[in-house]
Ligand binder design. Sequence first.
Ligand SMILES: Nc1ncnc2c1ncn2[C@@H]1O[C@H](COP(=O)(O)OP(=O)(O)OP(=O)(O)O)[C@@H](O)[C@H]1O
Ligand SMILES: [Mg+2]
Length: 298
Amino acid sequence: MKNEPSRARSSRLKSALPIGGVRAASLCIASGKGGVGKSVLSASLAAYLATRGRTLLVDADLGMGNAHILQGVQPSSSLVDFIERGDTVGDIRTRCGEGLDLLAGGSGVPHMAGLKREDRARLAAQLAELEVAYQFLVVDSAAGISNQTMAFGAAADRLLLVVTPDVTSMTDAYGFLKVHSQVRPAGEALFVVNRVIDEAQAYQTAARFKEVSQRFLGVEPRWLGFIPDDPAVGASVNQRRPLLLAEPSSLAGRSLIGISAQIFSELECLCPRGLGRSMHAVSGGEALSDAARAAQRS
Ligand SMILES: Nc1ncnc2c1ncn2[C@@H]1O[C@H](COP(=O)(O)OP(=O)(O)OP(=O)(O)O)[C@@H](O)[C@H]1O
Ligand SMILES: [Mg+2]
């Protein structure tokens, strides 16, 4: 299968998948600042959603992804192979468990900074085919406001920002929301506060983020909850298991279950646009990323 010409693989993928039909409801997990807990949250959320319906986790941190580590799998191929060898996204999926597949981002490939215009168009077209086979699609983004990240954030049904109480995390999250709200003015953004020392700090951080966003951007992101700073998180990372499976009764584990349940209800009730289809509809995210570039300059 690996040595099959990519065009043949592509048409085989096409014929293997249902045409049309209901698409996966999608959520893009993003942040301005790096290291705030996006992958920890994505790993557990994907594991939770997989118990409700077939789920695809997309590691959009190309070349430097670690979503596979947090799922405890060793992918034989990744989005790096999609780009460099022309593999299809159907071919590079890795099974993580019952109901959960991963499109790994590839790790230790630092030159893989982002997708070129034609790669993005190809990815969008293939995701548009693949997403009808899933009920949920979770994108674990790279940090920052690259064109690629903004394109995923704008194409997903919902954007979830992860912030921590650090001033730099909040400032960068605000910067992300500023660009996002110009690229997708009608899209409602959600956020969680991670690594808080207590409830008071969570409420204070959330209130500040909402207030600043409302005052300067005219948008108020919706707060879903907080996750305490908890050594159980680091322990689950070292065990290479989603926290929700490794330590479900830890403080952070219980918070993650609550947040995941809310996200499930949110995704289950919306009418999915289709992440791949939305990206494809705007030439593989090119229009979205052009808008993002314009917004960054403003
Ligand atoms: N609630 C928490 N309590 C304790 N440690 C945490 C918590 N959340 C995250 N961490 C720690 O922070 C580290 C970074 O988390 P993670 O990899 O999820 O961040 P990220 O936002 O995905 O980073 P990147 O921007 O590099 O992709 C984790 O390995 C974990 O050890
Ligand atoms: Mg990450």
